[in-house]
Design a protein around this ligand. Structure first.
Ligand code: C2E
Ligand code: MG
Ligand code: MG
Length: 610
């Protein structure tokens, strides 16, 4: 802080010096600086430069006297309150003193000034000035502090605001994500099952009000599992994304397309006039979906089956409509080549309950000894001799008569009973092989091929086979296995390892229904396969000029290259036999030679041929 200043104004140099000296010798002289001016205008100039704690002003000065100077000083706002002590050489009368006070005098001193009095008075003003300066500096500090505070507060406010904005944005994004998660399928971006169920409910309300129809299309991809299994889950996902895009393309903007789960989709259409409208859309979807796609460098033609239910015709409840469309889709699947369309009708319900009944009855079939193995011969191509048999399961159903594998194996598969039934088949086939070994020389050399369902592979198949062979004291050559291409379910490595263990025991393994799935050559090469059985669908069309000769030829050549035996299934005509013979097919099997037979009939057939 600067020292306070005291201004001494006097036109008489001697008085000026005397006053200055007096001030500089005061006991508190080191607390202030003394500045001098020899006239009124000089004093005013000094006042422009600095502030003063007090002014000792000579009253009588030539030109501008003390009073005039005082008036001018006090007229300036920055000096209005500076205390002025008038000094006069004369003994001041009352009137002069009054005049001094009128001109803003703080005090009055008479010359010759008594040093102690001057010291005492000046000390008061210095103290006052010091207080004022202190106050001002505190005020300034406070103002600065306030300003800093404001700046800080502003900055803090800005920070808080920015944080708030970020949080709002984050929360909005989180809300959107949560909404997407709640309403959309992560893989395809289609709406999910939950959201669809809601939309169906709303659509029903609208349709009821406007007296309109709604169509629900339930879609399920054909053979998706097999694509997933053979090409991998990533390829499966890629295919689902392709299909989702194609579905969106095939319908109107206002229709809803949902992924219902796995390879199932649902399309919800409002404002449908008649059944033909819905069927047209279904056909369009099937056509669009079936355009070829390349997955893992394999060209695939996806196909999809469609079941349709209509509001209000089939039901007025959303859940029921979905169930009806699902059921109809299930029946659309009966179209073996896929791509079927089926409207819901009451009869489907009856078929469903029949199926449920079958599932239930199957639980007791083993215990009630209702199963029997039939045997279908396989014939050696070049010689025409029977060279083996395939065991095919029959169910002597108390209510429905004898059912063949095609009529109930899928039920056993879907309910999981196939593992237990499959084990029974292995034991029954081994028991039969033992009987033939013991009693019938003509039957000695006929290995029995047993069909194996995929779940059996994962249920400790080698141990089951070992136990059966051991129980009936059989060489491994008596037994063969037939597995389908779709075997490569979740775990290719596990399946391969199980099959290797079995193969090591000397049991031959055949791939059944070859060509109906999506096996890749690399997978086939990794498996310990001995035989390829060409699917009946290719054999059926042999000689009809539909390109199947080429397929069968290719399969036979490939088998040759891989040192595998080839068996043609479903041989029914002489023409087929001739063609297969010419192509060099190793073995034939089919109704042309024999239908599957009960054991006694088979023995008779073999004896007659021997
Ligand atoms: P698969 O192993 O391909 O068996 C051949 C199917 O074609 C049999 O039907 C057989 O009766 C039929 N078939 C044979 N020759 C001809 C022919 O010339 N023309 C026609 N149209 N069909 C012919 P089936 O017995 O109904 O069996 C169907 C499927 O059920 C079998 O196909 C097999 O996958 C499965 N299966 C049958 N028995 C068993 C079994 O014991 N265990 C397992 N896991 N599956 C079995
Ligand atoms: Mg078979
Ligand atoms: Mg087959």
């Amino acid at each position: 802080m600067n020292k306070p200043n005291v201004l001494v104004v006097n036109d008489h140099p001697g008085s000026l010096l005397a006053l200055k000296t007096m001030l500089q010798t005061s006991p508190c002289a080191d607390e202030y600086e003394v500045v001098t001016a020899s006239s009124g205008p000089d004093a005013l100039r000094e006042l422009l430069d600095r502030r003063f704690a007090a002014i000792l002003l000579d009253v009588s000065m030539p030109g501008m006297d003390g009073f005039e100077t005082a008036e001018l000083i006090h007229s300036h706002p920055s000096c209005a309150s500076v205390p002025i002590i008038f000094i006069t050489a004369h003994y001041a009368d009352e009137l002069n003193r009054l005049k001094g006070f009128e001109h803003g005098a703080a005090d009055y001193l008479i010359s010759p000034v008594v040093p102690q009095i001057l010291h005492a008075k000046i000390a008061v003003f210095i103290e006052l000035e010091k207080k004022t300066l202190q106050l001002e500096s505190q005020k300034k500090a406070l103002a600065m502090f306030n300003e800093n505070l404001q700046i800080q507060q502003m900055q803090d406010l800005r920070k808080v605001n920015a944080a708030l904005q970020a949080e709002i944005l984050e929360r909005r994004q989180a809300e959107r994500r949560a909404c997407d998660l709640a309403t959309k399928d992560a893989l395809t971006g289609l709406i999910n099952r939950r959201f669809l169920t809601e939309e169906i409910r709303h659509a029903i309300v609208r349709a009821a009000r406007q007296g309109e129809r709604i169509a629900l299309l339930f879609l399920d991809m054909d053979k998706f599992k097999s694509i997933n299994d053979t090409l991998g889950h990533d390829a499966g996902d890629e295919l689902l994304i392709h299909v989702a895009d194609r579905l969106r393309e095939s319908v109107r903007e206002s229709d809803y397309v949902a992924r219902f789960g796995g390879d199932e989709f649902v399309v919800l259409m409002e404002g449908i006039h008649c059944y033909t409208d819905a069927a047209d859309v279904a056909r369009k979807i099937i056509d669009t979906v079936s355009a070829p796609v390349t997955l893992r460098s394999q060209r695939i033609r996806p196909s999809i089956s469609v079941g349709i239910s209509m509001y209000p015709d089939d039901s007025t409840s959303g859940q029921d409509l979905l169930r009806c469309a699902d059921l109809a889709m299930y029946h659309a699947k009966e179209n073996k080549h896929g791509g079927g369309v089926q409207f819901y009708h009451e009869e489907l319900n009856a078929r469903l309950s029949e199926r449920r009944r079958l599932e239930y009855e199957m639980q007791n079939a083993l215990e009630n000894e209702e199963f029997e193995l039939y045997y279908q011969p396989k014939v050696d191509g070049p010689s025409g001799h029977i060279c083996g048999v395939e065991a095919l399961l029959r169910w002597h159903h108390p209510r429905l008569g004898t059912l063949s594998g095609g009529q109930f194996m899928n039920v056993a598969d879907e309910t999981g009973q196939i593992v237990q039934i499959g084990e029974w088949v292995i034991y029954a086939a081994c028991a039969q092989a033992r009987l033939w070994l013991d009693a019938d020389p003509a039957m000695h050399s006929l290995p029995i091929a047993v069909n194996i369902a995929t779940p059996q592979i994962y249920a400790d198949l080698p141990a089951v086979i070992d136990r059966a062979l051991k129980l009936y004291r059989l060489p491994a050559s008596c037994l063969q296995l037939e597995i389908t291409e779709s075997l490569m379910i979740d775990d290719v490595e596990k399946a391969t390892s199980v099959l290797r263990q079995i193969s090591k025991r000397g049991i031959k393994i055949a791939i059944d229904d070859f060509g109906s799935g999506y096996s890749s050559l690399s997978v086939l090469k990794a498996l310990p396969i001995d035989v390829l059985k060409i699917d009946q669908s290719f054999v059926r069309d042999l000689g009809r000029g539909l390109g199947d000769n080429a397929i069968v030829t290719a399969v036979i050549n490939m088998a040759l290259a891989m040192s595998l035996r080839v068996v043609a299934e479903g041989v029914e005509t002489d023409e087929q036999r001739t063609i297969l013979h010419d192509l060099g097919c190793d073995e034939h099997q089919g109704f042309l030679y024999s239908v599957p037979l009960p054991v006694a009939d088979l023995e008779e057939l073999v004896m007659a041929a021997a």
